[in-house]
Design a protein around this ligand. Structure first.
Ligand SMILES: Cc1cc2nc3c(=O)[nH]c(=O)nc-3n(C[C@H](O)[C@H](O)[C@H](O)COP(=O)(O)OP(=O)(O)OC[C@H]3O[C@@H](n4cnc5c(N)ncnc54)[C@H](O)[C@@H]3O)c2cc1C
Length: 412
């Protein structure tokens, strides 16, 4: 530990990620008299910001209605309702713009810095922290925390081979998914919802999608265990991915974990088509005299289904002309198109945005201030909480919002 590091602080934030930085900057800007310290165990801060969004950092999502925004959070939506009325994506956009980082919206609503470079975001946060005189200590791992009789906290910190003890009046955990840090939080009396993966792809071995890696369908509805998600679907070497699958994995994270990532997936390749509507289109194709001598596999009857996928979905009918296809086969094909069943046999990883669900139990946190309802002076922000969003910038938004709220409260 640097000899210059004071043993006494007003505010210590454990974790130099998105939530920790936002909280530290907010609190120091609001009250410049406070001595604010970030302890980060890695050799650099904002590691996840840098790798996020494929190096572009999907900062937030262009959804400016709190009521709508919360529907993107499988866990934490209700609790975030009020929080988003205080700090939401519009505020995030302004916050960064005021500090010289302009964000742009992509067609699917994701927002990135116009530079398409996550360094722009990380540098902005580091500069703002420096400007607000936040002290950042790198390579400093918090190993132990206890309440002091005076109402503050005493921390055991390891830096290189040295262990030191420092004290603070207020303490914030912004430690992301770090399991050891969760033990520290538990030791202070909090409950932690068990961590399980969220946002992953499905491993599916099935001849209907075999060798189709790279084929995408724009509007697909997927169902599993009573849950439904809709959006683009991408066939991969191992199974299925794309927004529809990732969303379903997030909503079904706990169910799938409990079932060891094995379940039955129902796929409607035609978005919201009902069986009857699909049957009608197929019957029209069969009745159309020009089609009579055409092979059913030669052309997709639905423009939204790529020909390579169509060929494999109609495989069971054989090499027949439309005129020779039976009613039962038409019926079976309509079923295949609108409610094909696939066995999920495991999970893959979605490398662009890996998050876990689980964390500090939300009942134990006051979402107006992000202060613990159990321990006075203790605050939380970001992924350490039992909050997670679907892919698209929602996870960072939760970190900005909860960090900002904690920072505001700690400054008072
Ligand atoms: C590859 C990848 C890409 C992603 N892309 C996106 C994206 O584009 N958009 C989006 O919204 N979300 C994205 N996410 C999710 C997003 O990165 C997280 O939700 C977000 O970083 C959470 O921020 P945080 O500050 O809560 O935690 P983190 O960013 O995890 O920061 C926690 C910090 O605490 C430190 N720490 C933990 N314990 C201790 C301790 N005991 N002592 C000292 N330091 C400690 C850690 O080293 C870490 O730096 C991505 C995630 C990954 C992994």
């Amino acid at each position: 530990m640097s000899t210059k590091l004071s043993p006494i602080w007003d505010i210590i934030i454990i974790g130099g990620g998105a939530a920790g930085f936002f909280a530290a900057i907010r609190t120091a800007e609001e009250n410049p008299t406070l001595r604010v310290l970030i302890l980060e165990k890695a050799s650099q801060t904002l590691g996840k910001v840098l790798v996020s969004g494929g190096g572009r950092c999907n900062v937030t999502h262009a959804c400016f209605e709190p009521a709508k925004l919360i529907t993107y959070y499988p866990r934490g939506g209700n609790e975030l309702r009020g929080a988003f009325s205080r700090f939401q994506p519009k505020d995030t956009v302004e916050w960064f713009e005021e500090r010289g980082v302009k964000l742009k919206v992509e067609s699917d609503g994701r927002m990135f810095p116009v530079t398409d470079d996550s360094n722009t975001v990380a540098n902005c946060l580091r500069d703002a922290a420096k400007q607000a005189r936040v002290r950042v200590e790198l390579g400093a791992s918090v190993l132990g925390v206890e309440k002091t009789p005076q109402g503050g906290f005493r921390l055991e910190v390891q830096k290189e081979a040295q262990k030191v003890f420092i004290q603070t009046k207020k303490l914030m955990f912004a430690t992301g998914g770090d399991r050891k840090s969760q033990n520290l939080i538990q030791s202070l009396g909090h409950n932690i919802a068990p961590q399980v993966p969220s946002l992953f792809t499905f491993n599916i071995k099935d001849k209907r999608i075999h060798d189709l890696a790279g084929v995408a369908v724009e509007d697909v509805t997927v169902k599993m265990d009573g849950l439904t998600a809709r959006g683009p679907l991408l066939i991969t070497h191992w199974g299925m991915s794309g927004p529809a699958v990732l969303r379903l994995s997030a909503w079904g994270a706990r169910i799938l974990f409990d079932k060891n990532f094995a379940s039955l997936l129902t796929v409607n390749w035609l978005g919201d088509y009902k069986l009857d509507a699909a049957l009608e289109v197929l019957q029209r194709n069969k009745d159309w005299h020009e089609n009579a001598r055409k092979k059913i596999a030669a052309h997709s009857a639905f423009s939204q289904i790529p020909i390579r996928l169509w060929k494999q979905l109609v495989y069971f009918i054989g090499d027949k002309n439309w005129a020779d296809v039976s009613k039962a086969e038409i019926q079976k094909l309509a079923q295949e198109l609108t409610a094909g069943e696939y066995k999920i046999q495991g999970k893959g990883q979605f490398k662009d945005e890996f998050v876990t669900c689980g964390g500090v139990s939300l009942k134990e946190v006051d979402f107006k201030t992000m202060q613990s309802r159990i321990v006075d002076g203790l605050y939380f922000g970001g992924e350490v909480l039992d909050i997670d969003g679907i892919t698209g910038g929602f996870n960072f938004q939760a970190a900005w919002t909860t960090g900002w709220l904690a920072g505001s409260a700690m400054s008072g």
